[in-house]
Structures are given as structure tokens and as C-alpha cells.
Design a protein. Sequence first.
Length: 79
Amino acid sequence: VGFLPLLPPPLRRAMGGPTAMVSQERALPGRAEPLRVPSKHVVLRTPMEGPWPAGLQVCICANGCFWGSEKGMWRLPGR
């Protein structure tokens, strides 16, 4: 899931991502229990889990290089 499949292939390549999704057969299994996360983001002080306010959209991203990709997301328009 996430936003990468929604981007055109040239942009996916520029971001270092694959141009196709991994097949379900090759994907890693999910977790039995969700990861524990803090209630608020340490820098932005925004909620880390829903329920989300009405009118917001949610984008779930899988990040390999967490700090760099998160900082890049901060520069996107919106809150």
C-alpha cells in the first residue's frame, strides 16, 4: 500500500523505488500484533494513530531509510 504505486514510473525510479508492486506470493508475511507507537509524533506533536479528523486523507508509507523519507514527507503540502 502507500503512495509509491500511485506515482508515475519515472518518479518512482527517481525516488529509488520499484516500478511494480511485489507479488503477494513474494511479499513478507504481516505481523500478528501491530507495532506499538507513541500517541504523538515527537517533533510535530501530531497524533500517530486514528481516529483522524473528518476531511483528512491518510497515506501509509513503508520507509527503508526512515529519517530521510519522513523529513521529505514534512515538505509535502497539507498537514
